[in-house]
Write a protein that binds this ligand. Sequence first.
Ligand SMILES: [Zn+2]
Length: 151
Amino acid sequence: MLFKTHILLGILFFLLLRNYFSEGSTILFFLLILLGSILPDIDEKHSRINKWFGIVGSIVAFFAKHRGFFHSLLFHGIIFFAISYFFNTYYAWALLLGYTAHIVGDGITPMGVQLFYPFSQFKIRGPIKTGGFWEGIIMIVLIIVIIKQFW
Ligand SMILES: [Zn+2]
């Protein structure tokens, strides 16, 4: 999925789920969901998040296969437990929810996502081509649903 679609999905996840999480800063929670919703694409050298990470992004993209480890439940599980342990479970959830939003987006594309990488080849996939007509439709629907949350 495109950067914009991932951001829209992140915003939607925040609006739908924020009421279940209330033990910290809502703004920080929101920003972490957005970060989680674009972070997996650090493994793709042309992505925005990869460029934002500079040299770290270049190293990640060089060594990691796109939609491999950085799109896996393993990577995000490690991050979740690390943040919970060293910082705060509330913010760990924000990043994990953002990640889930990302996987929903990539999981409906033909390329799919190997959620259980590197343990299994199993892929979640769908028929929506990245940057194609139907992704455009999905973006419009997401914008409408997001706006409706404020009515
Ligand atoms: Zn991705």
